[in-house]
Design a protein around this ligand. Structure first.
Ligand code: SME
Length: 163
């Protein structure tokens, strides 16, 4: 995918995410919808989902893809490193990263974005894996950081609901 094509699909995905989530306040609802829209638009996504911060650890939240690890401590995995350092992790070859946790061996590259609420508190990490090597770059980082900021750094965010 060329840079121009990548920017175009992210722009379309962002437009749909913003339209669908207009006025939405529920965190889980936002997470599920963002996963769905991004996976539909971006062809190199293999696994996409959120790990939520719960009692000082990361717990699987809404996702699309094959079975993910259920719990990831802050001390483990690329997700744990993103949570610990509160910085985006852009990994071109996960097998070359000694901290990588292989939930599915078909993943070869990934990007993990920390997700903050309006009080700048870390509430989750957003993880995308690809079967391609070096699938993610600064364009993915830019758009995904914008999406996370727009939809979770939100004073109206409601973090839970009962079914
Ligand atoms: N790759 C992650 C683990 C989660 S799964 O890939 C769904 C990591 O090393 O943190």
């Amino acid at each position: 995918m060329t840079t121009t094509e990548k920017q175009a699909v992210y722009k379309d995905a962002l437009r749909e995410i913003n339209a669908v989530l207009m006025g939405e306040t529920l965190m889980i609802t936002k997470m599920a919808s963002i996963n769905c829209i991004l996976k539909e638009y971006i062809p190199y996504y293999f696994w996409v989902g959120f790990y939520c911060v719960h009692k000082g650890t990361l717990v699987i939240g809404p996702y699309q893809g094959t079975l993910g690890c259920l719990h990831i401590p802050f001390s483990k995995g690329i997700c744990g490193r993103a949570a610990r350092t509160e910085t985006t992790q852009l990994i071109k070859d996960v097998h070359a990263d000694s901290e990588h946790l292989a939930c599915d061996n078909r993943s070869n590259s990934e990007i993990v974005i920390p997700v903050f609420d309006a009080d700048k508190k870390l509430i989750a990490v957003f993880d995308v894996d690809s079967t391609e090597y070096a699938a993610f770059d600064e364009i993915d980082r830019e758009y995904l950081e914008i999406i996370m900021m727009l939809h979770f750094n939100d004073n109206e965010l409601e973090k839970s609901y009962e079914c």
